[in-house]
Design a protein around this ligand. Structure first.
Ligand code: UGA
Length: 439
């Protein structure tokens, strides 16, 4: 078993740290935020993720995981240091590597023994080479450091499960020593390991995410055409899915992909290609389709209603997908400001995302319209003139079409996640608009 330190306690770092402890390694998680560290020590996760707190509490009680702000003592004698800090998007689409650089410098100044530094964060191709050189340039002690790439493939909402039961572990190394050590670290997980060089590992991460983004944008593009020619995208997807080469996952049309990964990683790869003088046409198209898709239902509703001024608008779902409180690149963040600017009175329901929305959009109350956060769906729907569904939360999916008919002033529903049966909504007397299906 190894002594592992994890830098950064976001979705990637914290989940990795907890799962390493769960399989028996000795783990220290480092974060600069003291409040966050105290919270984690008391068994509370700073992020909402199924099963995470239970594993944090169990492994902390059994002495396999600890949390600290003292990076020096955490890095000093670690066998391996995993970097899981953010690489947010910059205005030009490139990835901001300043958090990685800060951690790399701290590692260089702390190390007192040989160490394998493993980059988990999604980074542009070639970054691992630079991080290795950077650390070596700043080393204080005479130790050997190598950097390995080990991209993360977890999805928010199922992060713990995805890590413990990952479909593959990608290991990108430049030496036998690094490859063997990383393989040994992952041995207790008993998962398929794909061993490649560092640049290929970095590319595998972008190529995978961008392929999935492309798949979604392709289905959205086809969905928009389905509406025009009278086909039904769900039937089309079902028919396509029987082909193993296509597969049945990620074929759901809707109001586009959000989250912290697909939007950022498509733009980053497109930027990387541009820097090389190459036009990545397919990824560019995925980005373009997604941009348009986000407000497609708002535009449809604007035509139907003429104005939102003075209307009660129910919004069901704020987060970028169910099972998370994350709002990054969520459709709600694009659509609600538009509604408020038009003078709508928005009543927003989300089981976990309202607080984050209020933080992300603090001036919501100063717009022409108003925003009220409600704890139950019925309060949002009561007397509403129109309803938008942005996230397919289970409790929203479970609603009977009659709820819309009975509670709303006018039962007019724009569903960005295609969660209801069109015929059943019509039978219940709801005017139902979705994506890629006949109204
Ligand atoms: C995504 C990838 O699925 C993970 O494999 C990857 O590790 C992660 O990014 C990352 O790079 O860290 P995540 O962003 O958590 O994970 O969420 P997804 O479940 O992939 O959903 C992303 C967005 O696509 C959501 O807004 C979702 O609503 C949308 N989506 C997904 C669709 O519109 N249609 C689909 O068929 C599937």
């Amino acid at each position: 078993m190894f002594k592992i330190t994890v830098a950064g306690t976001g979705y990637v770092g914290l989940v990795a740290g907890v799962c390493f402890a769960e399989v028996g390694h000795q783990v220290t998680c480092v974060d600069i935020d003291e409040n966050k560290v105290d919270l984690m020590k008391s068994g509370i996760s700073p992020i909402y993720e199924a099963g995470l707190e239970e594993l944090m509490q169990k492994n902390y009680a059994e002495g396999r995981i600890n949390y600290t702000t003292d990076y020096q003592s955490a890095y000093r004698d670690a066998d391996a240091i995993f970097i899981g800090v953010g690489t947010p998007e910059q205005p030009d689409g490139s990835a901001n590597l300043s958090y990685i650089a800060t951690v790399a410098r701290q590692i260089a100044e702390s190390l007192e023994k040989d160490c394998l530094v493993v980059v988990k964060s999604t980074v542009p191709i070639g970054t691992n080479d630079k991080v290795e050189q950077f650390i070596r340039d700043f080393l204080v002690n005479d130790v050997n450091v190598e950097v390995a790439s080990n991209p993360e493939f977890l999805a928010q909402g199922s992060a713990v499960h995805n890590t413990l039961h990952a479909e593959r572990i990608i290991i990108g190394t430049e030496s036998k020593w690094a490859q063997e050590m990383l393989t040994q670290i992952y041995e207790p997980f008993n998962l398929p390991i794909v061993s490649v060089n560092r640049r290929s590992a970095e590319m595998i991460k972008y190529a995978s995410n961008d392929f999935l983004a492309l798949k979604i944008s392709y289905m959205n593009d086809i969905a928009n055409l389905c509406e025009l020619v009278g086909a039904d995208i769900q039937d089309v997807a079902r028919g396509m899915s029987f082909d193993d080469r296509i597969g049945s996952k990620f074929l759901n049309a809707g109001i586009g992909y959000g989250g912290s990964c697909f939007p950022k990683d498509t733009k980053a790869l497109e930027y990387i290609a541009r820097q090389q003088g190459y036009e990545l046409k397919t990824v560019k198209a995925a980005i373009e389709v997604n941009k348009e898709q986000k407000t497609i239902l708002y535009k449809k509703a604007s035509k139907r209603l003429i104005t939102f001024n003075g209307l009660k608008v129910a919004v069901l779902g704020l987060t970028f997908k169910p099972g998370t409180d994350d709002l990054r690149e969520a459709a709600s963040l694009e659509n609600i400001p538009l509604l408020l600017e038009q003078g709508a009175d928005v009543y927003a329901y989300d089981p976990v995302g309202a607080e984050n929305f209020a933080k992300a959009y603090p001036d919501g109350k100063n717009r022409k319209g108003s925003i009220t956060y409600v704890n139950d769906i019925e309060k949002a729907l009561e007397g509403a003139n129109v309803c938008f569904i942005f996230t397919e939360w289970g409790e929203v999916k479970a609603l009977s079409p009659l709820i819309y008919k009975n509670l709303m002033r006018t039962p007019l529903v724009y569903d960005g996640r295609n969660i209801y049966n069109v015929a059943q909504m019509q039978e219940a007397g709801v005017e139902y608009h979705s994506v890629g299906r006949k109204p």
